[in-house]
Design a protein around this ligand. Structure first.
Ligand SMILES: Cc1cc2nc3c(=O)[nH]c(=O)nc-3n(C[C@H](O)[C@H](O)[C@H](O)COP(=O)(O)OP(=O)(O)OC[C@H]3O[C@@H](n4cnc5c(N)ncnc54)[C@H](O)[C@@H]3O)c2cc1C
Length: 696
């Protein structure tokens, strides 16, 4: 930043207070199930989750006249409200200077493969509306004097389409959307977690009609069990952040992927996720992307005795190469297997992984420039690759220390850690490589409807991304998804269900009661939810992390299957009634963990190789990673086959196993065939919403 910014402005962008959300007024309708009188809520659209995606869906639906209820496990507890990075990124069509080309933007969004082509184009075009709506609600996106939004380059984006309000962009999005929801009078269940989807009908007639909730604000009465009935059930519950031990998600992100799997909803691309460097959940989970690394801090490791290791010097050949790749982690933040080759930026992730395996702690020091690399040449701002040098030069960031450069480029990044009890101006930051995002999720059509009619998915729980995604496109996808669901439900009608007989939900509620009772009555030798959690998280981090040994997969999958069988059979214990909701969380995550492993194992069995999420290592792996000492014989990976980019692996739970299929990517008809007069009536009559509609 070329002008120093007053503290109160920095504070407003980092200490973001959220609006007070009132409890529902009045007493709800009640219904008797198994001798228990439970609250029953009816609405046109029930939105499960109050992150940026869910709130966008709720606000857009309410504006279109729908009766909306938001049910959230934790109002401001999801990833949008609690996560970020140096400049948390929103990726939309470029609006500055020369504008953008939506087809090229769609190519960037889906460039890694395995993404439906219509979805990529929808997210590209929809990004304009997504952004404008947020600006209208007051999201403080920086602009130049002409009103053009300031932009920069992000991961998997060669053009520079990213923008940001600072470290807390998504929290600010949640704030402005929640304020709008309150202005519109949208009611909230503030601590209500969906634990089971309620359906009616069989076969092709089966559709979602609501959910069983556990409402922590009423947990003294029958564990908080409640029922919501709706015409459209919108899952907006974020990613399964608790799946991995090494995770940079905020705590308590369980999501509803497992609940959807249990309901037999198709899920897709579960093998695709993102891993990258960040501070640990044991301290403060936060991404170390962008300026944190672009200022080129000294990265080292420390053993238990306090000995320090300049370990990156064992990987890169020169100081210049080492420093330039630390910088590149700024906009090549997520791990990508191919970037380990040729001394690329993901060699940093591999080096950190190997160093951690030796029990050492990795640290980032902003007070020191990197120590000399293998060639012994001291660090110098004159001795950097051209792209690195020019970036620092363009941003007036040629100060003597990483801290001074960070102070210059992004003081908010320093402020943020200070706010969370860590002063990077005095103490190095411990960090590691963690799981950060689920690219796959619930398979949805172009209006975000899942394979279960009436059940939609938006935001991270929707499996709309492919193998890679530009940084900031997750937030964009959630906004566009919210808009699409609202416009689709408005077009097809979304009425409050007044007359559903309660035989339709009796069975679902009684099953939930049975599951809770069984867990409460389980013997003392039965594993607790904490034991189940530790087993799942350790297995996922150790065997399905970004460095994944192919030989480990079959036993890991078998163990995950075994655990899921035991958990679903009721072998999981809670000790207090207030823990009732944990039984569902870990039941669902046991299922999710098996689904992810089943997807990965299947992909690898089909000859699938290393790409965005993971490097798949094998003794006979064709690609050997080199460090400056030569080939790493234990890091031989199997490369990706180009044809594997052309389909998505989709899973459906049958009740005791997964059916796995390969789905070709949805294509788009030629865009040059779309004309105003020709297609206007299709819009006016809502034909564009008809199943399978294409512009003729
Ligand atoms: C450290 C970090 C940095 C990131 N940086 C970026 C970035 O720069 N750009 C970008 O685009 N993306 C980024 N992401 C990803 C992005 O933040 C998320 O994908 C996005 O915020 C998800 O939004 P969401 O609305 O889908 O879910 P969330 O924001 O996670 O909201 C989910 C909501 O659902 C509730 N909920 C969960 N389960 C249930 C249930 N069963 N019943 C009821 N309620 C439930 C939660 O309490 C919460 O309110 C980052 C992620 C992390 C972890």
């Amino acid at each position: 930043m070329s002008t120093s910014v007053p503290q109160e402005i920095l504070d407003a962008l980092t200490r973001v207070d959220m609006p007070a959300v009132p409890a529902l007024s009045g007493n709800p309708e009640t219904v008797e199930v198994a001798g228990m009188r439970l609250p029953l809520y009816r609405c046109g659209m029930a939105v499960i989750g109050s992150g940026a995606a869910g709130l966008r869906a709720a606000v857009e639906a309410k504006r279109r006249g729908m009766d909306v209820l938001v049910c959230s496990m934790s109002l401001f507890g999801g990833t949008s409200a609690c996560s970020g990075s140096d400049k948390q990124t929103l990726h939309t069509a470029g609006t500055a200077r020369t504008g953008d080309d939506f087809r090229k933007l769609a190519q960037a969004i889906g460039g890694g493969g395995c993404m439906d082509l219509d979805t990529a184009y929808i997210e590209a075009v929809g990004s304009i509306n997504a952004l404008a709506g947020l600006q209208y609600l007051g999201l403080p996106l920086p602009q130049d004097r002409f009103g053009a939004v300031l932009r920069y380059q992000t991961d998997h984006d060669e053009v520079g389409r990213a923008t940001s309000c600072g470290p807390r962009t998504s929290r600010l999005m949640v704030k402005v959307l929640c304020e709008e929801a309150l202005r519109l009078g949208i009611p909230f269940l503030r601590k209500a977690e969906a634990v089971r989807i309620i359906t009616r009908g069989e076969g092709d007639q089966r559709r979602a009609i609501g959910a069983v909730l556990i409402d922590q604000e009423r947990r003294d009465e029958h564990w908080g069990l409640s029922v919501v009935l709706c015409d459209a059930l919108v899952l907006a519950s974020g990613g399964p952040g608790e799946l991995y031990r090494d995770s940079v998600y905020p705590r308590h992100c369980y999501g509803s992927l497992g609940m959807a799997i249990e309901a037999g909803i198709e899920v897709t691309n579960l093998s695709e996720s993102q891993f990258g460097i960040g501070t640990r959940r044991t301290e403060f989970p936060w991404n170390l992307s962008g300026t944190y690394v672009q200022v080129i801090p000294y990265i080292y490791s420390e053993d238990d005795e306090g000995n320090e290791y300049n370990f990156l010097a064992d990987y890169y050949r020169t100081t210049r190469e080492l420093c330039s790749n630390i910088f590149r982690k700024g906009y090549q933040w997520p791990f990508h297997a191919t970037r380990m080759e040729d001394f690329g930026s993901s060699l940093v992730d591999l080096a950190i992984f190997r160093e951690s395996q030796q029990g050492r702690t990795i640290k980032m020091d902003f007070l020191r420039n990197p120590l000399p690399g293998a060639d012994g040449v001291p660090f110098s701002l004159e001795n950097l690759d051209d792209d690195v040098r020019s970036y620092l030069e363009n941003n007036d960031a040629l100060q003597g220390t990483p801290l001074a450069r960070l102070q210059r480029m992004n003081p908010l990044a320093i402020e943020l850690y200070r706010m969370h009890g860590h002063d990077v101006a005095t103490d190095p930051l411990p960090f590691n490589v963690s799981n950060q995002h689920m690219n796959g999720g619930i398979a949805v059509d172009q209006w975000n409807e899942s394979s279960l009619p009436g059940c939609f998915a938006v935001g991270e729980v929707a499996g709309t991304h492919g193998v890679t995604r530009p940084g900031g496109s997750a937030l964009n996808a959630g906004q566009v998804g919210g808009l699409r669901v609202a416009s689709h439900c408005a077009a097809r009608g979304c009425a409050v269900p007044e007359d559903l007989p309660h035989t339709l939900f009796d069975a679902a509620v009684q099953e939930c009661i049975g599951i809770i009772t069984q867990a409460l009555e389980a013997s003392e030798t039965t594993p607790t939810t904490a034991v189940v959690r530790d087993e799942i998280q350790a297995r996922m981090s150790d065997h399905a992390g970004f460095i994944c040994h192919i030989a480990d997969l079959p036993p890991a999958l078998a163990a995950a299957q075994d655990l899921r069988q035991r958990v679903l059979a009721g072998e999981m214990r809670i000790t207090r009634a207030s823990q009732a909701v944990d039984v569902f969380r870990w039941r669902h995550l046991a299922l999710t963990s098996e689904a992810v492993l089943a997807n990965i194992a299947h992909y690898v069995r089909e000859g699938g190789g290393s790409r965005g999420a993971r490097a798949y290592l094998a003794d006979d792996g064709e690609v050997v990673i080199h460090t400056r000492h030569g080939p790493l014989q234990d890091v031989c990976y199997r490369p990706e086959q180009p044809e594997h980019k052309e389909y998505k692996i989709t899973l459906r739970w049958t009740g005791d196993d997964f059916i796995i299929t390969h789905n070709p990517l949805r294509a788009i008809e030629p865009l040059q065939g779309i004309f105003f007069e020709k297609h206007w009536s299709d819009y006016l009559t809502d034909r564009v919403h008809a199943p399978g509609y294409q512009h003729q």
